[in-house]
Design a protein around this ligand. Structure first.
Ligand code: GAL
Length: 740
């Protein structure tokens, strides 16, 4: 009966869609964990399986922390009308959203593809990402005019798993699918409004295409459309059409820029819209200024390394008065090194001068047993390079950080998974793979720039990427890291799932992290300890007690609004656990060029979504770990990462995370108390449209007559009441701070 009903529902959906050329596959999916080849067959009865929504990970739907195999099945009808009505009558296109991580797809029991374009021929090599499959209309697996069964075997190697993303459909491949508008070229901003970008129209087949490209941009606030221009196009695989678009945008805000290519024979159009970047952070002043947090934790007797973060016209000369014995400053580089003195608090006056003047700031060096007093500001290789990270790539990022970011307080260069060999040395020591020929030399070079270096491992025998983990070698590994000069360890659960019992209890969840903590203490080096186990056992409640400096609160982030906002706006239950030295980690940043592998793309977040991302992470006192290729930092991304007033909110000495004070489906307000007695206020527009957000000062416990500052623009804006009229861009933010 139940099965009959399901089939009826599917038929109804089909009837409603007979005129449409697209068969939507968003509903009526069935799911089970586990693995069996019988699940691919049409005759298998899945009526007892769980109903599941594609688009959300299986963790979100009753399978917390499940890694391994799962199967999805859906029935659909395939009308031949869609074939007849199409222009090219060759093939169907199956869109399966984003798969996390590998997949094998079967149609009526027959295999039609593996891992889309996201990995090799083994399901376990599948990489998280968009899945598109092409099926010839003559493929005997297709049942035209009849019911078809689509069965998808998914393998999740760690973190969130399943069929996620959007666009689950089957439709005929069209001329427009054979062409791609590549908007991945740099978005160059000269000044705050002058925008230029090089785009390409690339055919995916060997045919030559002709047509017209139109370019227009629209102000999403006023809906006004600006200058439309037309360019004629001829493009082939060997000579793809390339065009550089330049425009002086009327105002410093984001415009919807639409590229439309109309192919002349079919009359079909292909469209791609991006949102133009705009700069809010004012130019760095030439006057000298000391930036960065006002306190710094270190352990007595261990190596000390701190670079004074300071901006101003070069050359700068640095000073540090009342430096405790054992520490020395290099006046030219601003790098303080030596051995950390005995326990106590040392107020050191840091100063910087150039031809225009001088500036100073007190840094409290707190020597005791707590390090990482403020959230880590650094870079991590994962969101950029995935397993393709190499020593050279790390060094490129380190140099860029030293040149462009360390003046604002950025200091960690963290190598994620992919540095380890697959087998240990004969004496059991961990060794790096061929991409990291000399780890000690690499660490020395990073330290010479005044920066710190981080590394990654797992308490299991293997990391999530299949490299060596630390299981049963914890002591040796901690010693090796210390000998190399490592300053940060990200410790990722991964294959420890095979060691821990099923459904581990709290003690079992803590155990591997306590083991490594003990070994790090013995290693006598200040190593920030970053837990990565995706929030299991409410880690925020016990991370601090086992000596972690941060703990991941979620599965992996990706560069979509759904992922970033889904994580960032749902941290309200964990924020109260942030305190100096112990922070929630909602995962790394997805700004700039990301890729999780050798091929990078511009983040898919719009510029306003990126302002939201940095603001929200700063408000929540989250570690800020840049996840892009720093060798390709553009002006917009730099503007996101070098706003000293935004960073000061993140680095505030109180170490508190913002509280969510207003939550509605279309906007949220978060407030963070700061050490100078003021408050940071993040007003976030979650809707797709410009929106004025009402501000209830009583609810926010803020005095009516308080003056405010716009933090991104670094401008005083007067009384808060006036702000209610401020129009916040779609998915954007107004970040304020009360003025004393
Ligand atoms: C995941 C982790 C990612 C990355 C990856 C490496 O489990 O969440 O941040 O470290 O492993 O394989």
């Amino acid at each position: 009966m139940r099965k009959f009903l399901t089939v009826m529902l599917v038929f109804t959906a089909f009837i409603l869609n007979t005129h449409a050329q697209t068969i939507h596959l968003s509903n009526s999916w069935k799911f089970t964990t586990g693995d069996s080849s019988i699940y691919k067959t049409s005759t298998f009865d899945d009526s007892n399986w769980q109903n599941i929504a594609v688009g959300e990970s299986w963790e979100m739907q009753g399978h917390a922390n499940y890694d391994g195999f799962g199967w999805y099945r859906v029935h659909f009808l395939l009308p031949s009308a869609i074939k007849q009505k199409s222009f090219l009558k060759d093939s169907l296109m199956l869109s399966l959203g984003d798969v996390d991580d590998g997949d094998e797809v079967y149609l009526n029991g027959q295999p039609i593809g593996i891992n889309g374009n996201g990995g090799g021929d083994d399901i376990k090599q599948g990489r998280y990402g968009r899945r598109i499959y092409k099926i010839s209309v003559n493929n005997p697996a297709l049942n035209w005019e009849k019911e078809n069964l689509l069965a998808v075997r998914v393998y999740d190697s760690g973190g969130a798993g399943g069929i996620t993303g959007s666009d689950f459909s089957i439709r005929m491949i069209d001329v427009t699918d054979e062409l791609k508008i590549d908007t991945g070229g740099d978005m160059v901003l000269t000044g705050s409004n002058n925008f230029s970008q090089t785009i390409k129209i690339i055919p995916l087949s060997n045919k030559t295409y002709r047509g017209q490209l139109s370019i227009s941009f629209k102000d999403p606030e006023t809906r006004r459309k600006y200058a439309e221009r037309f360019v004629s196009v001829q493009t082939s695989k060997s000579k793809p059409f390339t065009f550089t678009f330049k425009e002086n945008m009327p105002m410093a805000k984001s415009y919807a820029l639409t590229y439309t290519f109309r192919e002349s024979t079919s009359g079909k159009a292909l469209t791609s819209t991006i949102f133009t970047p705009y700069i809010l952070t004012p130019k760095v002043s030439l006057q000298p200024k000391v930036n960065g947090a006002s306190d710094y934790g270190a352990t007595s007797g261990n190596d000390f390394l701190y670079k004074i973060p300071a901006t101003g016209k070069q050359p700068l000369t640095y000073g540090a008065t009342d430096l405790p014995t054992g520490l020395t400053l290099d006046e030219k580089t601003g790098i303080i090194t030596g051995k950390t003195p005995k326990d106590g608090e040392y107020a050191v006056k840091l100063s910087v001068k150039n031809e225009l003047g001088s500036a100073a700031k007190t840094l409290k060096i707190k020597v005791g047993n707590l390090i990482g007093l403020t959230p880590t500001l650094g870079w991590n290789s994962w969101n950029a390079w995935g397993l393709s990270v190499s020593s050279e790539k790390v060094m490129i990022s380190a140099k860029q950080m030293a040149d462009k970011l360390s003046r604002h307080g950025w200091s960690y260069i963290n190598i994620d998974d992919g540095w380890e060999a697959e087998t240990r040395a004969a004496n059991g020591e961990i060794v790096a793979n061929e991409k990291f020929p000399d780890m000690k030399a690499l660490a020395d070079s990073v330290h010479a720039l005044g920066l710190k270096i981080g590394i990654y491992s797992s308490p299991g025998p293997k990391t999530c990427g299949g490299y060596l983990g630390s299981y049963q070698h914890e002591m040796q590994d901690a010693q090796t890291y210390a000998a190399w000069g490592i300053d940060y360890l990200k410790y990722d659960w991964c294959s420890y799932g095979d060691i821990a019992p099923n459904n581990p209890n709290l003690a079992e969840l803590k155990k591997p992290y306590e083991v490594m903590r003990r070994e790090l203490n013995i290693a006598k080096r200040d190593i920030i300890y970053s837990l990565c186990q995706y929030g299991m056992g409410d880690v925020w409640k016990w991370g601090a007690s086992i000596g972690a400096n941060s703990w991941r609160t979620t599965g992996d982030i990706n560069d979509s609004w759904q992922s970033m906002s889904g994580i960032g706006f749902n941290q309200e239950n964990v924020v109260k656990y942030a305190e100096p030295g112990h922070f929630n980690d909602p995962d790394m940043l997805v700004v700039g060029k990301v890729g999780w592998g050798p091929n990078l793309h511009n983040t898919r977040l719009t510029p306003d979504e990126q302002y939201t991302h940095i603001s929200l992470w700063s408000m929540q006192a989250a570690p800020l770990l840049i996840g892009c290729d720093m060798g390709q930092l553009d002006n917009f991304t730099l503007n996101l990462l070098t706003n000293d007033e935004v960073l000061a909110i993140n680095q505030d000495e109180l170490g508190l995370a913002a509280r969510q004070v207003v939550k509605t489906p279309t906007y949220q307000i978060w407030i963070k108390d700061l050490s100078d007695g003021t408050k940071a206020i993040g007003i976030f527009n979650l809707s797709e449209h410009y929106q004025t957000v009402p501000i209830d000062l009583d609810k926010m416990n803020i005095a009516k007559d308080v003056d405010c500052r716009d933090v991104w623009r670094q401008k005083d804006i007067g009384k808060l009441t006036g702000v209610a009229n401020s129009n916040i861009p779609p998915h954007g933010v107004l970040l304020l701070k009360t003025v004393k």
